[in-house]
Ligand binder design. Structure first.
Ligand SMILES: *Cc1c(COP(=O)(O)O)cnc(C)c1O
Length: 426
């Protein structure tokens, strides 16, 4: 399907184009395996000489259709679904980093990603240096080493809601011969398409707005096809030299612009196996069909909630890049003129304890470890998702100890604000 179609059309139609007599709706291929007529046909698949399905750990038609829709929405050449956003982030880096390598990362990132990068990947011998994303190009460049393989950031960070200057990050990454990987979970491609600003790889926790109904944990990696791996072949031997586990095939030679995403599927997914179940991919696809309707409603509601909070004298501070006096308002206007996301963070006068009492008094907004779905929900990161971080790490990640993360849903905003008002008054 043409990727020239508008995002709204891609949300509804991309990925699955049935032929004559085939189901109108994307079927769930609930099958581990796929049949062939000859042994030779199957052998060619294992050598990556033919494309086709043989085992769902590598590829599944339902998953591929949904991945193709996400690739079309982001404007990439290919995508791969993963079992979670965590898996997507891990694979996105592990596809080009090995023991002894290093990457640079914005310090404004999701707590789970922080643990993955700072603790678990370190055990694999892959080191990360965190940088303040608002620092100058010179300061961020100073974190690069000869063994640096990537630069990573979140378009809008969860939960600190800092907006990434994608063009600046792309310039820095490219001046060091490495790709920029951007986690675009919060804006979704409805509000921002990082490839248009120079990012090379996009990752998603599809668990959030893309699914949008809090039914399915999942992730995705999208390849722009733009990064010239062969121009920096010494840095990326995994892509530019023969893969012994595929009879000496070289990904960049065999797959060109699809080298990165093909390796992620054929090698990492084959060996590590964090696939999304076809059932979950089906549910994700249902979510994607209304992404273009839901995201603007989340943003409108969040804008109204942020404006309400900023005028309330019980509120100490509000962070939402849609507010004109927000530090990231100009960057948000540049990269996401149509809206940013539905998540607002704020602190109450009285700090941590008052925050917890406020949350306990909410009726409509539920306390859940989730964000970015249809139902308004609320979380106190310092007590919940970011519990493992020290106060110093919290502040480094832009998470104040009194920060309340308020994920504004798509209910009627008057009801959401009334709920906030009654809880503030208690
Ligand atoms: C939730 C989240 C993740 C992790 O995704 P899971 O699907 O929960 O594994 C990664 N990045 C961001 C920005 C997130 O919000």
């Amino acid at each position: 399907m043409s990727t020239k179609l508008k995002p709204e059309t891609l949300c509804v139609q991309a990925g699955w184009t049935p032929g004559k007599g085939e189901p109108r709706v994307l079927p769930i291929y609930q099958s581990t395996t796929f049949k062939y007529d000859t042994s030779e046909q199957m052998a060619r698949l294992f050598d990556l000489e033919d494309t086709g399905y043989f085992y769902t750990r590598l590829q599944n038609p339902t998953n591929d259709a949904v991945a193709a829709k996400i690739a079309a929405l982001e404007g990439g050449v290919g995508a791969m679904l993963t079992s979670s956003g965590q898996a997507a982030n891990f694979y996105a880096l592990f596809n080009i980093c090995q023991t002894g390598d290093h990457f640079v990362c914005s310090s404004a990132i999701y707590g789970g990603t922080f643990n993955l990068f700072a603790v678990t990947m370190k055990k694999l011998g892959i080191e990360v240096t965190f940088v303040n994303p608002d620092a100058s190009e010179e300061e961020i460049s100073a974190a690069f080493r000869p063994n640096t393989k990537a630069l990573f950031g979140e378009t809008i960070s969860n939960p600190s809601l800092e907006v990434l200057d994608i063009e600046k990050f792309a310039r820095i990454a490219h001046s060091h011969g490495v790709p920029l990987i951007v986690d675009n979970t919060f804006p979704t491609p409805i509000n921002c398409r990082p490839f248009e600003w120079g990012a090379d790889i996009v990752v998603h926790s599809t668990t959030k707005y893309m699914d949008g109904h809090a039914t399915s944990v999942g992730g995705a990696i999208v390849d722009s096809g733009n990064f010239d791996w062969d121009a920096h072949a010494d840095k990326f031997p995994g892509l530019c030299t023969p893969d012994e586990s595929y009879h000496g095939l070289t990904y960049t030679k065999a797959f060109g612009k699809m080298a990165y995403i093909t390796k992620a599927t054929a090698q990492l997914m084959r060996d590590l196996g964090s696939i999304q179940s076809p059932q979950n991919a089906f549910l994700l696809n249902l979510g994607l069909e209304t992404l273009h309707l839901r995201v603007p409603q989340h943003c409108r509601n969040a804008q109204a909630v942020a404006e309400y909070l900023s005028k309330n004298d019980k509120v100490a501070w509000v962070n939402y890049c849609g507010l004109p006096d927000n530090k990231y308002h100009d960057l948000a206007q540049k990269y996401m003129p149509g809206g940013s996301c539905g998540v607002v963070s704020f602190g109450l006068k009285g700090g941590r304890d008052v925050a917890i009492r406020f949350m306990d008094n909410l009726k409509l907004a539920a306390i859940v470890t989730h964000v970015a779905d249809a139902r308004t929900c609320v979380l106190h990161p310092a007590s919940h998702t970011h519990r493992q971080l020290t106060d110093e790490q919290l502040l480094e990640a832009g998470v104040r100890p009194d920060l309340i993360r308020f994920s504004v849903g798509i209910e009627n905003v008057d009801d959401i604000i009334a709920d906030i008002a009654q809880a503030l008054n208690k």
